[in-house]
Design a binder for this molecule. Structure first.
Ligand SMILES: Nc1ncnc2c1ncn2[C@@H]1O[C@H](COP(=O)(O)OP(=O)(O)OP(=O)(O)O)[C@@H](O)[C@H]1O
Length: 247
């Protein structure tokens, strides 16, 4: 579904991302881990098109999308979580999601069928809010949400774009321990239907182990291992890379 082929990003002589080959199957959940500075976010940026690789390719359904802009990749079904800055704090949660649905469907809405389109947008937004368990907070101002709720809203905004491949960059960041299990179950449900694939960077190993079908380990920009959780955890090279860090 999503693949990278020798994906490389150099700054001067330094390879921040070093010849990474990844394959993501439909319905698969791939966790990306690695010590701080390993290149995980940079890899994400290359896949979503925020950065252009020095070498290598990104493929979606076998088609080379390396030269496409982020919005073009999003249209093809590659979505990443919105950063908090793309949430309008002074609008309600429901209004934020409706805007995201509208932005996604924009071109197809003719003025004469405006009322019907509005109903469709509202229904899609409500479905996304239901999906992440935020329906009851629809009328709250987005700026007043707690961290865990904000992360859920970011996922709802992503769902509004109907992505086939979702990239989540540290979805647990800033979330209090008591909110983690609920967010994990929301994220778990994302691959449950429709063959949607998820690529997730996350520092919490317990979260990765609960969610991931396979784990890719990055170290100094390169892929150290990419395998089932059990195999990766038993890998001596991976343990060495994490020496001094809790794995
Ligand atoms: N624009 C840039 N210019 C120079 N160096 C950069 C740039 N972006 C990233 N780096 C460097 O590349 C390396 C990888 O950074 P990156 O953020 O991708 O790692 P990461 O694995 O996501 O780290 P963390 O887990 O801390 O978020 C780091 O050493 C970082 O300082």
């Amino acid at each position: 579904m999503l693949a990278t082929r020798g994906l490389t990003w150099r700054i001067g002589e330094v390879a921040i991302v070093d010849s990474v080959y990844l394959d993501l199957q439909p319905g698969e959940f791939l966790g990306v881990i690695g010590p701080n500075g390993a290149g995980k976010t940079s890899l994400f940026n290359l896949i979503t098109g925020l950065r252009r690789p020095t070498e290598g390719k990104v493929l979606l359904d076998g088609a080379d999308i390396t030269a496409l802009a982020p919005y073009q990749r999003a249209r093809l079904g590659l979505g990443r979580t919105f950063q908090a800055s793309s949430v309008f704090g002074s609008l309600t949660v429901r209004e934020n999601v409706r805007l995201a649905v509208q932005a996604h469907r924009g071109g197809s809405m003719k003025l004469w069928r405006r009322a019907a389109a509005d109903r469709e947008v509202a229904a899609a937004a409500d479905a996304a809010l239901d999906r992440v368990g935020l329906h009851h907070r629809g009328a709250a101002l987005a700026g007043t949400l707690a961290h865990g709720e904000k992360r859920k809203l970011e996922i709802a905004l992503l769902l509004a774009g109907e992505p086939r491949v979702m990239l989540l960059d540290e979805p647990m960041a800033g979330v209090s321990a008591e909110d983690v299990p609920e967010l994990v179950s929301v994220i778990k449900s994302l691959t449950g239907d429709s063959g949607r694939a998820v690529l997730m960077v996350e520092h919490h190993m317990d979260v990765i182990l609960e969610l991931a079908d396979r784990i890719a380990v990055m170290h100094h920009g390169a892929l150290l291992a990419c395998d089932t959780p059990d195999t990766v955890m038993a890998n001596a090279t991976v343990q060495e890379a994490y020496l001094g860090e809790a794995l």
